[in-house]
Design a protein around this ligand. Structure first.
Ligand SMILES: Nc1ncnc2c1ncn2[C@@H]1O[C@H](COP(=O)(O)OP(=O)(O)OP(=O)(O)O)[C@@H](O)[C@H]1O
Ligand SMILES: [Mg+2]
Length: 369
């Protein structure tokens, strides 16, 4: 049984369907992401999990129990928001203690003894690497330190679920990367379950065990980062998760052979793609479709005698963009534009003819929705 499940959740605000029939299941101990562009319904979904928003339809279950209408403070979940939501007039200790006093966190008796309170706050501050900061005023802390106080407050109650809404987006890049590494390590060390909202693919990939990719209130795909990246379920996921070459094509062969032939609309190339059987079943011969291949999956060589197996096309180099460790090569294969990301671009020049290889097993057949 999953720890948390959302079953056909929907929520409208006037004419806007903020969340439309969302079903996801989060396993115990998982770091789970809700990823999607601005306005796709991530925060609304998280607020429904927290009990801060009531869904119009569907149910929320926790440990197999229907909690759809349970008061937020009775759920025992810890929450961390983008704006930290700390009390500026209280010091660090009181901010962290707030959750314990207000909610009498799980495992603590309603009459919390100051001794155990002290211990638990200090423990939480140790965990976020702010030992001895208790007496400091919150407005004397840096943004990163304030965010850690917010995290300490959320974990001090020993939450049965941690909810994060873009908690790192106010931090500068270096601090954000450090904090997210620490955050994941902390959640794993304490054996907690987390649901983490972000619009940043890199952040979601770095933090999460599994991710639900959302747009316009719907979940398009749920999977581990690599799975989503390498096998996007549809055009939206393929485009949203990093750069991708999308190639318009027609299906040529009708055989049930998994290595099916396609003809590209641009360039008229014949490409062999190893598609899944269920995808091919849905696509008739001569029907248009989209093929995808990641820039880093394409190899570029100066002549025919490269050893890579796959779809080989003659192409001309249109542009080279050096960015340190890698170079992006823009290619034109008889009208078919491709982008390749290579480590070694020495000897390539704009205008040169070359051979590009699209490995059969790195090509994906996409559906539109
Ligand atoms: N209280 C509200 N009243 C009216 N519309 C709302 C309300 N809350 C959210 N919406 C709308 O619902 C949709 C989803 O909003 P939500 O805040 O869940 O998106 P989000 O994915 O968190 O976006 P962001 O990345 O910008 O935070 C948006 O179109 C938003 O304008
Ligand atoms: Mg939001």
């Amino acid at each position: 049984m999953p720890l948390l499940s959302l079953n056909n959740i929907s929520k409208r605000f006037g004419a806007t369907a903020a969340v439309a029939d969302v079903s996801v299941a989060v396993e115990r101990g998982e770091f789970f992401g809700l990823l999607g562009p601005s306005g796709c319904g991530k925060t609304t979904t998280l607020r429904i999990i927290a009990g801060l928003e009531a869904p119009d339809g569907g149910t929320v279950e926790f440990e197999g129990r229907d909690i759809t209408t349970l008061q937020p403070e009775r759920r025992g979940f810890g929450m961390v928001f983008q704006n930290y939501a700390l009390f500026p007039h209280l010091n660090v200790f009181e901010n962290v203690a707030f959750g314990l006093r207000a909610r009498g966190g799980r495992g603590i008796s309603p009459t919390v003894r100051e001794g155990s309170l002290q211990e638990r706050v200090e423990q939480a501050l140790d965990l976020v690497q702010l030992p001895g900061f208790g007496t400091r005023r919150v407005d004397e802390l840096s943004g990163g330190q304030q965010q850690r106080v917010a995290i300490a407050r959320a974990i001090a109650i020993e939450p049965s679920l941690l909810l994060f809404d873009e908690p790192l987006s106010n931090l500068d890049v270096a601090l954000r990367e450090d904090t997210r590494r620490e955050l994941r390590a902390l959640v794993k060390r304490l054996d907690l379950t987390a649901v983490y909202v972000t619009h940043d693919q890199v952040e979601a990939f770095a933090l999460c065990d599994r991710i639900a990719v959302m747009s316009e209130g719907r979940v398009h795909q749920v999977g581990a980062p690599r799975e989503l990246y390498e096998n996007p379920a549809n055009v939206f996921v393929a485009k949203f998760l990093g750069r991708n070459n999308l190639i318009r094509a027609l299906r040529l062969t009708s055989s049930n052979d998994p290595s099916t032939r396609f003809k590209t609309l641009e360039g008229g190339h014949t490409l062999i793609v190893s598609a899944r059987h269920d995808q091919l079943m849905r696509l008739a011969v001569n029907k248009p479709c989209l093929l995808a291949i990641r820039p880093e999956a394409i190899t570029v060589s100066k002549d025919q005698d490269g050893s890579e197996a796959g779809n080989r096309l003659a192409a001309r180099i249109e542009h080279l963009e050096f960015s340190g460790a890698t170079t992006t090569i823009t290619l034109d294969a008889n009208g078919l534009k491709l982008e390749a990301l290579v480590l070694q671009a020495e000897g390539f020049r704009i205008g040169h003819e070359c051979v590009v290889t699209l490995p059969v097993d790195r090509m994906e057949l996409l559906s539109e929705s």
